[in-house]
Every structure is written in structure tokens, then in C-alpha cells.
Ligand binder design. Structure first.
Ligand code: ZN
Length: 165
């Protein structure tokens, strides 16, 4: 019989707390080998400011942390499907955009265009013009998703996946 191992820490970050707003939310992800039940991904959210704590457990799909890179080069690329898991951080360096997992704890499936629409609503005025141009297919940009759970995807065969063991 296999012995159960201790949960292994795979990622650790500090986010803005969505309850009190302090930059005190510690987010830790562990993989736990639960024997016959398989491997589990345990996400622990704990705020040093207000004391909010939440633990989420789901099946671990055995995937390694990954960074996905997709170059958006023509208007068709805007229709590509994108899934950002609850742990994925999405960024577009050319536009200075970053969406961290802190603001919502659920995954999100949309298109590249849908992402730009979403960020249009939350980003400051100075960035809006550049995002609009990107949405109209006028500028090329790079979509990056950094995901410690490895479950995010971008549905295109031009995606580069960089594994981080
Ligand atoms: Zn808090």
C-alpha cells in the first residue's frame, strides 16, 4: 500500500484581497497525493488583513505549471477560444495588461476578443485606445497565460507552451 504524502507546495503568491482590499491575500497551491482518490489540487487563500480564509480542493489533472504564449497577428486570431483557469494569470505585455486570479476564483472561457472587451471595462482611460485598436485587429500583441495548475488553454496550434517543472 502506498503511503500518503504531505501536500507539496507548487505555487505561492500575494494578491489583493477581494474582501478588504489589502495586498495581504496569500495564495498557496498544493498538490496532495490522496492515494486511491488520486491527486488533488488544494488552493488556500488567506488574508493577513481581514482574516478571510478559503480552501478549495479539486482533482489535480497531473499537469505541470505552464506558460502559454499566443501571438495575435491577424483579426481571425481574435476569435480563438481561451480558457483561463481559476489559477491562471493572463497578461498582454504590449498593452500593459495583467489579470490576476485574485479578483475571481473561478475559471473563465471566452475568446481573445472577449478578454479585450472585459478589460476595456476595468482599465483606466489612458489604456482604452490601445485596447480598442487591438480589438479591431489593428495591432499585433502577445497573449500570455501563466498557470501553476497547467489547466488553462488557448485553442490554436500556434500556441507555445512553456512548461516549468
Ligand atoms: Zn482581506
Amino acid at each position: 500500500m502506498r503511503r500518503m504524502s504531505e501536500p507539496e507546495l507548487i505555487s505561492e503568491s500575494k494578491e489583493k484581497c477581494f474582501v478588504c482590499g489589502a495586498e495581504e491575500m496569500e495564495v498557496r497551491n498544493y498538490v496532495h497525493d490522496a492515494g486511491l482518490a488520486g491527486k488533488l489540487l488544494i488552493s488556500v487563500w488567506q488574508c493577513g488583513g481581514c482574516g478571510y480564509r478559503s480552501v478549495d480542493v479539486k482533482p489535480w489533472e497531473g499537469k505541470l505549471p505552464v506558460t502559454l504564449e499566443f501571438k495575435v497577428e491577424d483579426p481571425d486570431d481574435l476569435n480563438v477560444l481561451v480558457y483561463r483557469s481559476a489559477l491562471g494569470t493572463l497578461s498582454i505585455p504590449e498593452l500593459g495588461l495583467e489579470i490576476t486570479p485574485g479578483s475571481s476564483s473561478h475559471g473563465n472561457i471566452t475568446t481573445v476578443e472577449g478578454i479585450l472587451e472585459e478589460v476595456l471595462e476595468i482599465f483606466p482611460e489612458e489604456q482604452v485606445e490601445a485596447i480598442r485598436e487591438a480589438k479591431e485587429g489593428k495591432v499585433k500583441f502577445t497573449l500570455l497565460i501563466r498557470d501553476p495548475s497547467g489547466s488553462s488553454f488557448i485553442k490554436s496550434d500556434r500556441v507555445k507552451a512553456i512548461s516549468q517543472a
